[in-house]
Write a protein that binds this ligand. Structure first.
Ligand code: FAD
Length: 379
């Protein structure tokens, strides 16, 4: 039987970061992943993720985002890989809509660098956007792109270098815990440790063994289109990441042209409920037509050939905020299901938070709003 200080289950966005941060503190850690490194079956694939600082979801996220960016910058420097690119982020919508109001609230509360742009100014500076006078833009100066597969590879490599044992294609079948020990069983063996960190993304519900946590897995589609105009107009130094509230509460986002991929766009939420086993991976013509309709109204020159499309899973909580907490039945089991469709940018700092909880029992980071008991779970 193998004995460790910490076992991390799931080595996607959050788990790879957690394994790194635990290992860099000199602890014995094993990470168990059911698939291969940086696979495309969970929530962290698709070649790009938006990172933003002026967070429309809630100003309380901003301190975490500041630390997340520091850690991404450090990881980028130490790995020698390109993990992040700051392009600026254009948040568009009605002045009284959630995106614009929320972005401004975070920017003003935390004194973040930003610009407010009237519709005419948006059209002048970013002519690809077809934006009516009923909308305005807020330019978040420190928003940009993260490259998720490379971020996971970099965290995994750094974890291994710091002494972590990472085991791939080894699904966890079950676990149990006493006050000071956890035991995890996989198809290949049994692992024992002082504590357990569960970062199973959309599989979290299955791994929680009777703890009723209100998680709903949502299928979302990512599209890559070739623009009908010169692709150079969409280069990252000219065209920012963007998020449009195109109808009240309905969001559409996208990226500059990154490599030969065309322009990646997607709707934020409005997908169908699914599970990791029954998710429909094919993308149908109705979905493509719908995406084209949104593009036609908001970014008509992006509506060229469809180069590719893929699906991905959000793991949503009822209020859209993360869960980072201990299992109320077992204080030495820590849960991180921080998706709700906006978690990747936090993976670096969530890794640090999880290592704090596993190694020190507490964290200096503000995570109270991610407590599980806000949902009063039934045991
Ligand atoms: C389409 C899409 C677009 C998104 N866009 C953004 C964005 O622009 N910006 C942003 O910040 N966030 C974004 N997100 C959210 C973000 O990507 C997720 O919050 C984040 O990737 C979740 O990471 P995770 O580690 O929780 O899940 P995952 O990366 O899926 O990792 C969970 C891991 O656990 C493993 N696992 C599960 N069960 C077991 C088991 N029994 N045994 C062993 N291993 C197991 C899985 O195989 C998987 O590797 C997006 C998400 C999607 C789906």
């Amino acid at each position: 039987m193998n004995r460790y200080d910490t076992i991390v289950v799931g080595l996607g966005g959050m788990g790879s970061a957690a394994a790194f941060h635990v290992a860099r503190r000199g602890k014995r850690v094993v990470g168990l992943e059911q698939f291969t490194l940086a696979h495309d079956r969970g929530s962290s694939h698709g070649r790009s993720r938006v990172t933003r600082q002026a967070y429309f979801e809630n100003p309380a996220y901003v301190p975490l985002l500041g630390r997340a960016n520091e850690l991404w910058t450090e990881l980028q420097r130490d790995s020698g890989k390109r993990l992040m690119e700051i392009t600026g982020g254009l948040m568009l919508g009605p002045p009284d809509g959630g995106v614009v109001k929320g972005t401004l609230a975070s920017a003003r509360t935390h004194g973040l660098p930003h610009e407010v742009l009237e519709a005419a100014e948006v059209r002048r500076r970013f002519p690809a956007f077809s934006v009516g006078d009923d909308k305005i833009g807020v330019l978040d100066k420190v928003a940009g792109v993260l490259f998720p597969e490379d971020c996971i590879r970099a965290h995994a490599a750094a974890a291994t270098q710091a002494g972590a044992e990472l085991r791939w294609q080894e699904p966890v079948v079950s676990w149990n815990a006493t006050d000071d020990t956890v035991e995890v069983t996989t198809a290949q063996g049994t692992y024992v440790a002082g504590n357990l960190v569960l970062c199973a993304g959309p599989w979290m519900g299955e791994l929680l063994a009777g703890l009723r946590v209100p998680l709903a897995v949502e299928r979302n589609v990512l599209y890559w289109f070739r623009p009908t105009t010169d692709v150079a107009l969409f280069a990252p130094d000219r065209f920012p990441v963007f998020l449009i509230e195109y109808e009240p509460g309905k969001l559409f986002y996208g990226f500059p042209a990154l490599g030969d991929d065309g322009i990646k766009v997607a709707r934020h939420h409005t997908g169908v409920w699914c599970s990791p086993t029954d998710i429909r991976r094919e993308v149908d013509q109705d979905e493509i037509r719908e995406a084209r309709g949104i593009l036609e109204r908001n970014l008509p020159t992006v509506n060229g050939d469809l180069l590719s499309a893929t699906t991905c899973m959000y793991t949503n909580t009822p209020d859209g905020h993360f869960i980072i907490d201990r299992d109320p039945r077992h204080p030495n089991v820590i849960l991180a299901s921080p998706c709700s469709g906006h978690g990747f940018k936090f993976a670096s700092v969530i890794g640090e938070v999880l290592a704090d909880l596993a190694c020190d029992g507490r964290t200096r980071h503000p995570i109270d709003m991610f407590r599980l008991d806000r949902f009063r779970p039934a045991r």
